[in-house]
Design a protein around this ligand. Structure first.
Ligand code: SF4
Length: 422
């Protein structure tokens, strides 16, 4: 099985230097794209590859690129969203720390395809090792002519800047990320207009996730058909799946898109810890709906996970065992989301702390029967379309499914006046 994204990543060791990366075939895609292809050729190839964005929403990458207006002579920007901060998500870290040149190569080709001459990497503040390694790799790439003016003796110029955020979850939302990059308080913007037409400083801007961008050089080198063939389903390529929670071997692995949850959990994660039973999992990070044992054979691709009522999200699975309180887990998650609300709109700013307080009361044995209805109402009031961005609706996803699947656990908290799992 091929693992194009991670084959040159050696955990615990220094990433490849530029010379070693080039020896392994690195920057070949830059030569090919900039010397032999037009930007439209690159967009066409990426569109045909069925590469879908790996940041959570799964928007087709080629289509996103082609939404930037043609014949627009204003400056354009290409931005990499590396603000990986959701609980349970850690897949991009391996790519950033393990092979920064692969990301830089992807950025050069993506910026070329989207007519951008300035690119930014917006990095999570806490990823200090990634920042150090990226800075070094960017300097190496400038020194050898893979960034800067006339890249590989073509007529394409690209300036690449590394920007470290101040550590707010909302900066991962693409429009809040742009506001932060412009030097303002990170609050999301109303869409439309979308960043493709009015992004950074009001100019056309394409924003892609780290894992999305590192796929691009491989598509250019090996073709769209090869890329589609890596997958077990209709979405092209491999996927980096993460696994955390109550499993024997938490970690992340690059596997064919569409690998089943059971394979990830049992073959790669080693199954549940000794003596612990499986209760549920969040398939795509903290802002997705719970799935149960009956869903273990679901393929981890965008459509299959959606068909059973959840989302692939970032593809990072969080597992809950039978001895851990699901109400406590939900309380932890809502605590995070309440703390990270940017405060711009009332349902999120006031509703999330209220949700968190009710869940805390359950954990303290002070839950009341009517609280379940109030929580259910919150999942509506803070649901899709009720707030400015997706933070609050995302926060409601685990709660909505938690109320459905763990109602008995909530009721035990009320009748026993304590948390039965403590
Ligand atoms: S939903 Fe929350 S995070 Fe998003 S804009 Fe509103 S207050 Fe801010």
């Amino acid at each position: 099985m091929e693992r194009p994204l991670t084959k040159n990543i050696r955990p615990g060791e220094e990433p490849l230097s530029l010379e070693a990366y080039v020896r392994m075939g690195g920057y070949e895609a830059v030569r090919k794209a900039l010397r032999e292809m037009t930007p439209d050729d690159v967009v066409k190839m990426v569109t045909e590859s069925n590469l879908r964005g790996r940041g959570g929403a799964g928007f087709p990458t080629g289509r996103k690129w082609s939404l930037a207006p043609k014949d627009d002579r204003r400056p354009r920007y290409f931005v990499v969203n590396a603000d990986e901060m959701e609980p349970g998500a850690f897949k991009d870290r391996m790519l950033l720390e393990g092979n920064p040149h692969q990301l830089i190569e992807g950025i050069v080709v993506s910026a070329f395809a989207t007519h951008a001459n300035v690119a930014f990497i917006f990095l999570r503040a806490e990823y200090t090792l990634a920042a150090r390694r990226l800075e070094r790799a960017i300097a190496e790439a400038y020194a050898k002519g893979y960034l800067g003016r006339s890249i590989v003796e073509s007529d394409f110029d690209l300036a690449l800047h590394l920007h470290t955020g101040a550590g707010r979850y909302i900066c991962g939302e693409e429009t809040a990320l742009l506001t932060a990059l412009e030097g303002n308080r990170a609050i999301p913007r109303a869409k439309p207009p979308y960043p493709q037409t009015s992004g950074l400083w009001g100019k056309p801007t394409i924003i892609n996730n780290v894992e999305t961008v590192v796929n691009v050089p491989h598509i250019i080198n090996r073709g769209a058909e090869w890329f589609r063939g890596l997958s077990r389903g209709s979405d092209g390529g491999t996927k980096i799946y993460g696994l955390s929670g109550h499993v024997k071997h938490p970690g992340s692995w690059e596997l064919p898109m569409g690998t089943t949850i059971r394979e990830i959990l049992e073959e790669h994660g080693g199954g549940m810890r000794e003596g612990y039973s499986f209760r549920a999992l969040l398939p795509g990070g903290a802002s997705t709906e719970f799935l149960l044992e009956e869903h273990l054979d679901v393929a981890m691709d965008f459509q299959s996970v959606e068909e059973v009522g959840s989302r692939l999200g970032t593809g990072t699975i969080i597992v809950l065992d039978g001895q851990t309180c699901p109400v406590g887990m939900l309380h932890n998650l809502e605590h995070f989301f309440a703390r990270e609300s940017c405060g711009w709109c009332t349902p999120c700013r006031d509703g999330l702390p209220w949700t968190e307080r009710i869940l805390a009361a359950f954990e303290e044995g002070e839950g009341e029967p009517g609280d379940l209805e109030i929580l259910a109402m919150h999942t509506q009031f803070l649901g899709p379309g009720k707030t400015f961005c997706a933070l609050a609706p995302g926060a409601m996803e685990p709660l909505k499914s938690g109320l459905r699947y763990f109602r008995k656990d909530f009721e035990r908290h009320i009748t026993e006046k304590r948390c039965p799992w403590r």
